[in-house]
Design a protein around this ligand. Structure first.
Ligand code: PLP
Length: 346
């Protein structure tokens, strides 16, 4: 077992790396601002602000997208709120989090008084998950797919192999909409016992400041989360945006962004491969790449001095001071990063 005292930096996130003037390779939001049509939706929603928010339309859109009844959907103030609701709703005897991964689920569980056990995936094994790594006694398992910061996309089959009656399986799919076709998503799977899938709408659509996401899964689990949620937790503009992002046009745009991200990530990896001091592990599938290079903590500071913010890796359980996470960005930004990295690494 680990204690919060062992992890003073679990609350660190990429946004803390930013400062005015720095090129942002630290935060994983896919676009610098919401598209114009979405800003129009938000602007129009302002006229409705006198009324209390009603999630019905957004829930119906999510339910249709994931081929589920609305009893299996809950709109949340970003994926982050869903972790807090989960921590409030459950009483796990043995909670297990698969690391390295986004640290908020662990923070939420610990803040609610739960103990957390960690399963650490191995870089040399490509951060692959083997179902037998999950202790049989685990009655709550949390895993990211694709995982932040490793960028690894776990096969749906592997995740299904972890699920069983009496165990809640929470899959954080915050970045799944950046994977073209979402081949390993469980969001539409209605036959997995104890499944809860958490999704974010802030990354794809540039809505981190608006706070919109949702959870889908077994109705029993969703009911428990819903009872833990404060009344009117998700604002009307957030719900309006949430519903609009499931229109056929928006979904086509999301697919185009995901395909473009694939190309930009391939370019980033190709350019990183020209730096002999840099190593990557596993197959990256998310809009960011995890790298290992000796003295990465110092490299990060030197990058900052040269105008580039990247995400430190040492606050993720299982990584250390030799790791950095780099967001996938347009080609010219990647060229700039590589040129600066090359001169720093010598
Ligand atoms: C893996 C992962 N899950 C969830 C979140 C939270 O997303 P949201 O902005 O929807 O709360 C983040 C944010 O960085 C993340 O990286």
């Amino acid at each position: 077992m680990t204690t919060l005292a062992d992890n003073p930096d679990l609350a660190h996130h990429g946004d803390l790396e930013l400062s005015p003037g720095l090129i942002d390779l630290a935060v994983n939001v896919l676009r610098p601002e919401p598209p114009p049509w979405l800003r129009q939706v938000l602007a129009e929603s302002l006229a409705t602000l006198a009324a209390y928010p009603d999630p019905t339309i957004a829930e119906a859109a999510v339910a249709a997208r994931h081929e589920r009844p609305t009893s299996e959907v809950l709109m949340t103030a970003g994926a982050a709120e869903a972790f807090v609701l989960l921590a409030r709703a459950v009483r796990p005897a043995h909670a297990v989090i698969v690391h390295p991964q986004f640290t908020e689920p662990e923070v939420a569980l610990r803040s609610a008084g739960h103990q957390v056990d960690r399963v650490l995936l191995d870089a040399a094994d490509g951060f692959r998950l083997h179902p037998e790594q999950i202790p049989p006694s685990a009655d709550l398992v949390i895993i990211g797919n694709p995982t932040n910061p490793t960028s690894v996309l776990h096969p749906a089959q592997t995740l299904r192999a972890i699920a069983r009656p009496g165990r809640m399986l929470v899959v954080d799919e915050a970045f799944m909409d950046a994977v073209p076709g979402e081949p390993e998503s469980l969001a539409n799977a209605r036959d997995v016992p104890g499944l809860l899938v958490i999704r974010s709408m802030t990354k794809m659509w540039g809505l981190a400041g608006l706070r919109i996401g949702y959870a889908v899964g077994e109705a029993r689990v969703l009911g428990a989360l819903s009872r833990a949620q404060p009344l009117w937790a998700v604002s009307s503009p957030a719900l309006a945006a949430g519903a609009a992002c499931f229109s056929p046009r928006a979904q086509n745009e999301a697919m185009a962004t995901a395909l473009q991200t694939d190309l930009q990530r391939a370019y980033l990896l190709e350019r990183l491969a020209t730096l002999p001091q840099v190593r990557t592990y596993g197959r990256a599938r998310a809009p960011f790449v995890l790298i290992e290079t000796a003295g990465a903590d110092q490299v990060r500071l030197q990058l900052r001095e040269r105008g580039i913010a990247v995400r430190r890796g040492d606050t993720f359980p299982g990584l250390g001071s030799d790791w950095l996470r780099i967001a996938v960005r347009p080609y010219a930004t990647t060229d700039r990063l590589i040129a600066v990295l090359r001169s720093i690494l010598g």
